[in-house]
Design a protein around this ligand. Structure first.
Ligand code: SF4
Length: 175
């Protein structure tokens, strides 16, 4: 078997949602050669060839694979953590077994557009974040020059869905 084992090394409550957990786990071998193949197979994954990491979503869970370990946030509980580990182990081993039939993809998929980010902002143009418009804020968020915490309105309860989307996007793309 290509990847024999994945061992949990860290487990704690999520910072943003204390009802969910985040954890890290170590691979029994370096899997960096498989990352471009996984990038090809998983159409929604984000591959960062410089950092040698690949981030994917499993429903609301966010899973980042590195050469020697994985980091997961928003897992439901410990049982869910072990199910995720089984899922990732199977995914890596199946991809390895089929790698002769897969064209590896070494490029990073594109980030969401400014408009897509803007569509998840409150669109009040209130300037409280220091930007003249929500669109300008979206643009700076994408380039990493702004912090979502500067938009107080997105933390209002009726914007929860947008805030969740935004946090996922920021985590996946590391903006
Ligand atoms: S604080 Fe939020 S709602 Fe107000 S302009 Fe900035 S991004 Fe838009």
């Amino acid at each position: 078997m290509y990847l024999e084992d994945i061992k949990i090394t860290f487990m704690q409550s999520c910072i943003a949602d204390s009802k969910k957990i985040r954890f890290k786990a170590k691979f029994s071998r370096d899997i960096s050669e498989i990352l471009p193949y996984l990038n090809s197979v998983l159409k929604d994954a984000i591959y960062n060839k410089n950092a040698l990491s690949l981030t994917l979503r499993k429903e609301f869970r966010i899973i980042t694979l590195h050469s020697n370990m994985l980091a997961v946030s928003k897992a439901v509980n410990e049982t869910d953590a072990y199910e995720i580990i089984d899922f990732i182990k199977k995914l890596i081993n199946n991809t390895y077994e089929n790698k002769e039939k897969i064209n590896p993809l070494y490029e990073m998929r594109s980030k969401p557009s400014v408009v897509e980010i803007y569509n998840h902002l409150p669109k009040l143009n209130c300037k409280k974040c220091g930007e003249a418009t929500c669109l300008a804020f979206a643009s700076k968020l994408l380039s990493g020059e702004q912090n979502i915490k500067r938009c107080l309105h997105i933390y209002e309860s009726h914007n929860k869905e947008s805030l969740d989307w935004m946090k996922d996007f920021l985590q996946v793309f590391g903006c």
